[in-house]
Design a binder for this molecule. Structure first.
Ligand code: OGA
Ligand code: MN
Length: 218
């Protein structure tokens, strides 16, 4: 549960995200969540790293490790409400989910997210998070945790429209920056990073089992 002041901040955030999604299909804003939460999330992620609780990220459900390495080199850990800091982030995203459902009738049903650590040299090649009509991931979120990110640090997220080869937006992974976009509309990539790069990637999903299919967990 969010505090009363946080609920007010969240209502404003929901308005802004809803407007941006309607107008341009994506949203990007700095200082999106309280700074204390951002710092606690970074701490939490670095702690998991020390405990060697991160795993190499996969693509799709089962892919060979070699193929993966050519496409993405980040390490991840799925967020859970068992951890109080992760639970607070998930509470924000749940409030955002409700707010967007109220404003845009999106029918968002749940949210899954993972921490990601890109060590120096890591990247994620251009990809789409969802293919039209073939995925229950409808909205992607990325929240960044890195203080004082410099241009020379690389690791930008490049956002494209389907047709374009030049990027529509180039986003530095600066702490407090929240990016939200329609998952099947924007191919994107993470340029090779020169510095340890920390983020939380997540997906708001619709429930495909409403169409008469059993919806397996991804
Ligand atoms: C992803 C992704 C972008 C980022 O995990 O699918 O595109 O900036 N992440 O971490
Ligand atoms: Mn992605």
């Amino acid at each position: 549960m969010l505090s009363q002041p946080d609920l007010l901040l969240c209502a404003q955030l929901c308005d802004d995200v809803a407007d941006a999604l309607v107008n341009q299909g994506y949203f990007c804003q700095d200082h999106a969540l309280p700074q204390t939460l951002t710092a606690a999330l970074l701490n939490n992620l670095q702690q998991l790293e020390e405990e060697e609780a991160l795993q190499p990220a996969g693509i799709g459900r089962q892919q060979q490790h070699q193929l993966n390495r050519r496409i993405r080199r980040d390490k991840i850990h799925w967020l859970s409400t068992d951890d109080p800091v992760q639970a607070t982030y998930l509470a924000w995203m749940q409030a955002l989910q409700q707010g967007l459902n109220q404003r845009l009738f999106m029918g968002l049903f749940d949210y899954e997210s993972h921490f990601a650590h890109y060590p120096p040299g890591a990247f994620y090649a251009r990809h789409l998070d969802a293919f039209q009509g073939r995925s229950n991931r409808v909205l992607t979120s990325v929240y960044y945790l890195n203080q004082d990110w410099q241009e020379a640090d690389g690791g930008e997220l490049l956002l494209y429209t389907e047709e374009q080869s030049t990027a529509l937006a180039e986003i530095r992974p600066e702490a407090g920056r929240l990016l939200i976009f329609l998952s099947d509309r924007f191919p994107h990539e993470v340029r090779p990073t020169q510095r340890d790069r920390y983020s939380i990637a997540g997906w708001f999903r619709i429930n495909n089992s409403l169409n008469g299919q059993i919806d397996p967990p991804s």
